[in-house]
Write a protein of this length. Sequence first.
Lengths: 338, 325
Amino acid sequence: MYSLISPDGSVSDRLPLTLQQMKGLYADMVEARTYDRKSNAMQKQGRLATYASFEGQEAAQIGAAAALESDDWVAGTYRDAALMWRSGYPWRLLVAGRTGDERGGQPPGGVNVLPPSITVGGHMIHAVGLAWAEKLKGSSRVALTSFGDGATSEGDFHEAMNFAAVFSTPTIFFCQNNGFAISYPRHEQTKSESIAMKAAAYGMPGEQVDGNDIAAVVAAVSVAVERARKGDGPSLIEAVTYRIGPHTTSDDPGRYREESEAERWRERDPLLRVRRLFQNAGEWSEEWEAEMEARATERIEQAVAEAEALPVPRREEMFDRMYSEITAPLQRQLDGEQ
Amino acid sequence: MTELNVAQALNRALDTALESDERVLLLGEDIGRTGGVFRITDGLHEKYGPDRVYDTPVAESGIVGAAFGLAIAGMRPVAELQFMGFSYPAYDQVINHVARIRNRSNHRFTAPLVIRIPFGGGIGAAEHHSESAEAIYAHIPGLKVVVPSTPHDAKGLLLAAIEDPDPVVFLEPIRSYRAVKEDVPEIYYTTTIGEVRVEREGEDITLISWGAMMKETRAAASMIEQEGGSVEVLDLHTLSPLDADGIVDSVNKTGRAIVIHEAPRTGGLGGEVAAIIQERCLYSLLGPVRRITGPDTIFPLKRSEGHYLPSVEQIVKTAMRALEE
């Protein structure tokens, strides 16, 4: 497994990122975690619908996004808020989506991030089509699709990987292997030793990387992105990570795993190891961390306030967004006629 | 003008679309080198090359899912699925993604793609090759579902589907592919999606059908006229959105209606059409709205097809009874 920063903060190889870049990425991870914790709290207060926490997966998501250009395509899942945000999707819209507002699914122009896929696995092939179109248009854009270990058991995974390889589309398959598909552990999900090794069967490179090591994720995804941009086709990256929280706010992990396991993974926390790296280098202080956290909290609170200030959608909006122009049957239903 | 059958008219429509819009591309199983199982894409691979007309791996969900991504990123893909019975693996993509992305993204992303699906029986095919499952597509909000029954309409409707900013499921009645020929303009033209086609005007009874059953419906209309009845024939040709006003206008005039479809009866679109008529034409009706449909059985194999498909005689008999009311 490819890694650069150990859990204790020691560095095994020269980092592909400057200290300044590392500080920026660390700040992004702090902000993402702030959003995640705020969302969990809001769900308990009844302000959000079901929420799927990504705590523990910040390095995988922020790292993957950091390897992309701002206009590349991203097609992810309901657990990918950090990936989406780092790719340009505003927090306020992510919050709005989780409050149960379709307007949260509408990123600003120029942000090529699809609203999250809720069904498991169906969106991977979309990143094949998106990338295929960019290739046909002669642009250098690539498409990254993010999914979990569970999604690799769907037939859709096979079809997407196969199509991408056959048509050599600039697609990056980014698997966040977080140990569980709700309750079903990774080792039961597939008899393959790794998810990365599945790439070989499709004729594309596959790399397993420590998903809690942001430098390693950035480096591995960058290689895949560069390969795609050059016209050399798709790659599969398996980021090995761990879902610290439950599957969603409706889940009880106590039914299928020991709390001690999550505790062990907390020691491998993606933020902790970067902080240790800074500490080892004499580049960390409590004040700096506190300032960063305060800034993150301010931004997330602002986003939440904006999302919650959105007025309840009007009834006609539900009808208006079905087609480019409202159809005759829908108009009658909107008007309350038979 | 050239005399063409439905299959040829569809081929010309695709040719015209590829010629006039560089965003248009075709993808599907065996559509390139062999021109498709029904030869609808015959010659297009040679003419436009493998970067416009793609043979794909055997994966219906993959074909539709890839077309969806292509459409979002600005292309105008036309996907072919070989038979309706093989379209079900792609149904997840159609229902969960294709039909929903405009709603999910509040108009930010759209999927202007066409999914072409040959459908219907009557050619003695193997199991799964004769399905008429149009109702399961027409039931899905966010899709448009169209089905031509004549060569002229086939070309105009397919070009309209490709132009349409929303996803269109384009159903092709298999046994109409090579049944008749008519003059089809060589120019680019479109047929309006969402309006019934009044194929024949009449005063006493409205026969409503679509796709391959239009053939039996037309034949029945001629026979009923010989018996002295004046028949109006509607080709629905857009199954979603249904042109309720077009149906209502006709039945308010004639006072009698029969809906004819090949699909199984229960949950078939005949029920929806009948419901529209009873809601809006009750006081014009001279008798009950009748349905002539396939039974709620699995579409049979070759030797029993005659037991399944509605016949001209059935339509005539039912209409003559209605005309006595």
